[in-house]
Design a protein around this ligand. Structure first.
Ligand code: F6P
Length: 342
């Protein structure tokens, strides 16, 4: 068989591990050949390809990023986009396409599957917000990076008796903030699912100072103040999928805390550091298994599905189901953590 492959959306540690597993198993077990499409859906849209064989994937297992490149191209926002993708796949003799991505890339894959494109999806995102799978690879690496940062910030915050606000990624879901905040012993965790009350945050800051320790506030980039409260935000520009480009809540929160409590407060934005570098062992394990199962699904003729983790098993779920809704932090998980705030 000839199989196309692409990686779309925000990059994340483990993408190369998927690519390697697909190519190694495909070539070894089935004698497959591969076509690498560059930069997500831009590759088949503009017919931009690269060689993808066993030699090309040697040594990439521990490497962050993606050898295929990525973009946030939305073919449904381009005139004739679907036809161009179909033509490109046909001209390279592709029997199937493996699309590795998050809600947007796999959302496109689901719509293309409905339009007759032979596609298998592999879920990725550091945000861990895809409903079809227990975990996405990249998340564990991001949580470890954020936890290490919080550990380091505790000691410097205490030396200077100041508040440190750590802004982590998480547009609609607070998984990174919640997991890294718990693991790093943060004193306040603010997530998009739970609009915060700035006055309560300031009270928790004061109560932490009363213990002679300094507060660490972990905030998701998508966290927002409660409506009708005394703190407001302005929104930014949008990407090709209509998502607002976030960032800035950490700084806003730090200046608000400083102004209201009189304590010095600084913000640290972890940003793309959370997405860069080598994947953790867990993410390499998960990404490799997703890759092995994705190419197997192609050969089983099980198309229009994505691989997913359920417990420790890899299962297949319809793309339409796996991308149907975002997996957000349930109220009881947040409430469980709240007892440690302040
Ligand atoms: O989709 C993953 C993610 O890292 C989000 O957490 C974040 O909001 C977004 O990507 C950032 O996008 P960009 O890389 O385009 O700045």
């Amino acid at each position: 068989m000839r199989v196309g492959m692409l990686t779309g959306g925000g990059d994340c540690p483990g993408l190369n591990a998927v690519i390697r597993a697909v190519v190694r198993k495909g070539a070894q077990s089935f004698g497959d050949e591969f076509v690498g499409f560059r930069d997500g859906w831009r590759g088949p849209l503009e017919d931009d390809t690269m060689t993808l064989d066993v030699d090309a994937v040697r040594g990439i297992l521990p490497r962050g990023g993606t050898i295929l490149g990525s973009s946030r191209t939305n073919p449904f926002a381009v005139d004739g986009g679907v036809e161009r993708i179909k033509d490109s796949l046909a001209s390279h003799g592709c029997d199937a396409l493996i699309a590795i991505g998050g809600e947007d890339t796999l959302g496109v894959a689901a719509r293309l599957a409905d339009l007759g494109v032979a596609v298998v999806g592999v879920p990725k995102t550091i945000d861990n917000d895809l409903s079809g799978t227990d975990f996405t690879f990249g998340f564990d690496t991001a949580v470890n990076i954020a936890t290490e940062a919080i550990d380091r910030l505790h000691t410097t915050a205490e030396s200077h008796h100041r508040v440190l606000v750590v802004e982590v990624m998480g547009r609609h879901a607070g998984w990174i903030a919640l997991h890294a905040g718990l693991a790093g012993g943060a004193n306040i965790i603010l997530i998009p699912e739970r609009p915060f009350d700035i006055e309560k945050v300031c009270a928790q800051v004061e109560s932490r100072f009363a213990t002679r320790f300094s507060p660490i506030v972990v905030v998701s980039e998508g966290a927002v103040p409660a409506e009708g409260g005394s703190m407001t935000l302005v929104s930014g520009s949008k990407d090709a999928f209509g998502h607002v480009r976030l960032g800035g809540i950490g700084d806003r929160l730090a200046s608000e805390i400083e102004h209201r409590t009189g304590k010095e407060a600084r913000a640290v934005v972890l940003g793309h550091v959370q997405r860069g570098g080598s994947p953790t062992a867990f993410d390499r394990w998960l990404a490799t298994r997703f890759g092995l199962h994705a190419i197997q699904a192609v050969h089983d003729g099980d198309l229009g599905i994505m691989t997913a983790l359920r417990g420790t098993d890899i299962v297949r779920v319809p793309l339409s189901e796996g991308t149907k809704e975002l997996k957000v932090v349930r109220p009881e998980l947040y409430e469980e953590a709240e007892v440690l705030f302040g």
